[in-house]
Design a protein around this ligand. Sequence first.
Ligand code: HEC
Ligand code: HEC
Length: 311
Amino acid sequence: MCAKPVKNDPKDVGTTGHVWDGIEELNNPLPRWWLWTFYLTIMFAIGYTIAYPAWPMLKGATQGLMGFSTRGEVAADIKKFDDANSAIKAKLVAADLVAIPKDAALNQYAMAAGAAVFRINCAPCHGAGAAGVKGKGYPNLLDNDWLYGGSLDAIHTTVTHGVRNTVDPDARSVGLYMPAWSDKATGAMADLATAKLTDAQVGQVVNFVLKISGQTADDAKATDGAKIFADDCAACHGPDGKGNRDMGSPNLTDAIWLYGGDEATLTATILSGRGGVMPSWGYAPKGAAPRLTEDQIRAVAVYVHALGGGE
Ligand code: HEC
Ligand code: HEC
């Protein structure tokens, strides 16, 4: 072996002067391989702190000559994934909307990307499972009851432009609300009402809505309410109350409610009016990017369409 023999006679090497219980510490030189490794680690450490962010300063750490940052690394990772998906994204944007679910590879990508977009952007209002928030006016997207339509195309349009928001001129139902009918109501929603209704008249039309939605109602009031409905409500909700998708006026004859079908909620809706707002996801304000890119909007539309209620 090339290592030098260790001398263990104090006369040969001397001692460090440390003595414990009569045992002396000999002053053997350190092995050369050990010393060199030690010097190398010091040199490496100095080089490392020059190359990489290291020393804490008043404002952040020294940057290092290599320009490395964990943030930069994440950005590079994201770009790598984006680049890897750029071909399929381009295909998604170019495809005929209705053809997407029929193309296995495109559909698989759209469903995965759409689920991620939904979790981040839509779940806060529509719920993580897309069942909506009962009574809050955030519709359930799982059923086959649609305000604006459940075809892929209709969903795509709703998501692209939103509903009654103040930014997108192509938003659905801009300026179109459920009017406030109370004879005490004032403001834009009251101005939309074609007539003023007394509390008693509202009670009558509420009973008519209870009746056409298959709930228990006061028949005498409902009969009077039918006339009010024909005069004041049918223009938007249709003569039989089945709603109108062109204006997003809901079907009042089913058991699915945006705000609620009980007597108290119906009364509140009719007295004060309603106007749900959904943001625009495709509208780009001057000089800014839209909230979602077209491939993201298409992906989430395919995802929502596939949830169960798609037409
Ligand atoms: C700030 C809350 C909010 C967010 C966020 C939101 N929505 Fe909505 N969404 C609404 C409201 C409110 C309505 C109902 C509008 C109305 O009353 O006419 C609606 C309606 C819809 C409709 C129409 C349903 C129908 O019956 O026709 C679809 C589809 C929809 N949203 C999808 C989405 C998707 C996809 C996202 C995410 C990209 C999203 N929404 C994000 C509030 C929201
Ligand atoms: C100008 C058109 C218009 C007229 C007229 C109108 N509505 Fe509406 N109504 C709407 C719209 C639009 C909505 C949905 C509001 C929303 O999406 O937030 C709505 C919602 C409702 C709802 C809530 C349904 C739910 O699912 O919670 C009820 C109830 C209702 N209307 C009853 C009536 C009655 C009764 C009248 C007549 C007194 C009437 N509406 C007249 C447009 C109209």
